[in-house]
Design a protein around this ligand. Sequence first.
Ligand code: NAD
Length: 495
Amino acid sequence: MLILLTIQVFYAESMKKLHNYINGELIPPVSGDYFDNYDPSRGIPYSLIPDSDKRDIDLAVEAAKNAFPEWSNLSKEARSEFMLKISNRIQERMDEFVKAESLDNGKPEKLAAHVDIPRAVSNFKFFATAILHFASESHYMEGLGVNYTLRKPIGVVGCISPWNLPLYLFSWKIAPALAAGNTVVAKPSEITPMTAYLLSEVCKEVGLPNGVLNIVHGMGAKVGDAISHDVNIKAISFTGGTQTGKIIASIAAPMFKKLSLELGGKNPNIIFDDCDFDKMLSTTMRSSFANQGQICLCGSRIFIQEGIFEKFKKAFVEKVSKSIVSNPTDPNAQLGAVVSKPHMEKILSYVELAKEEGGTVLTGGERVILDGEYKEGYYIRPTVIEGLEYNCRTNQEEIFGPVVTITPFKDEEEVMMMANSTQYGLSATVWTNNLNRAHRVADQLNCGIVWINSWLVRDLRTPFGGTKASGVGREGGFEALRFFTEAKNVFISNE
Ligand code: NAD
């Protein structure tokens, strides 16, 4: 027992400790406490995360308040320069960021190298330049005068992000907030804190003024909750689960904070029988299982028109069953590990639920045990289920893993009813070569984003977000800059 304890203490002491980034310094949490950060590909802890609380948020808010006057009064060009430096420095440290993201999250390194980190680089670059072109409105009233609208930064803002695309989504919030002249108190997910920590190193390296960006690590119920409650934080941009969004809104809305909530999804992938079958099939593989199905935009409910249902089922199941599930450093890995043990258990419990609800697992449905050092990792075989009612729990609740259902439909009317039947409304994918139908269906889908004959093609200028329980507000392009500013209309009489 004593030996075990000694080994554990030694192990904990040898692990890298992350620090909070507050007022330009990398510092330990006030509590002095840390908790384990897991490598999901091996199922072992490999670093220690600050167990911060309200006291750390108080320090961060104080720093952000002090930094606000100078940062908001800098010219846009000067702010833009800092952000370009951050972008360039992440680019220079690309390999390190890629490996850190993959290790922390379990995603294949290949994916982090092609999607996550390049996108974080682009986010900073995009908003560094977008702010230079962000114009406000003017409304002339004949005979009376003119209105012009000022767009002022809000002050100290809070950014809270999830684990599925860690740096990608963290930077998607921080970049527009800083570009617009706000100072930021940010909290990455406690499940994937590593690249946010590396970002704080980058901010120091490029000489970002102290207190402009503060990154506080720790649990949602402590650190996130303190952000929601803090009266000095005037706006919160949150991405995460719908339940968490509700909690944040219940605290922040009565305080009249501005809120942007990007929440869960249960997206339909609608396949009509006149589609380009081969393109649809290969894209559907990605839209189902990219990032182990842990992208809020994945299409987890696949609806296929009756005429091609059997053809699709055969081809899809064959392809899925051949997918390579492997450790994230394997260049051949198509799927890596899911993010944590509890999440793996949650996903597998939904497979059991699907069976109880009358579904048939056509392929997958089980944990994969890899060899050697990866044998304790959290791997799940990509899973396809058929035979479920559109309104059962499996088809209504977000699973957020490599699990999809396939359901046949007769016509447009029927599939629209099923597609729009969930509480969510984030995105949808439609496959058809009928132009009129494409427009009609896009118009009727109750969601914020529709891809026709494609998936996850992102133009950073476009509005991003969902309807219903998928969220409130939009991110992206000038929408994000509008969110992170207050409009003030000024009227001047010409009499
Ligand atoms: P989560 O809601 O558990 O956590 C998200 C963040 O909120 C984390 O940083 C967490 O620490 C923090 N948090 C937790 N409890 C909190 C509280 N009481 N107060 C304040 N903050 C708190 O979500 P997750 O499991 O990290 O991410 C998965 C979810 O995110 C899925 O539902 C997915 O659909 C959603 N998501 C949505 C989008 C989108 O753009 N709509 C994008 C990615 C992920």
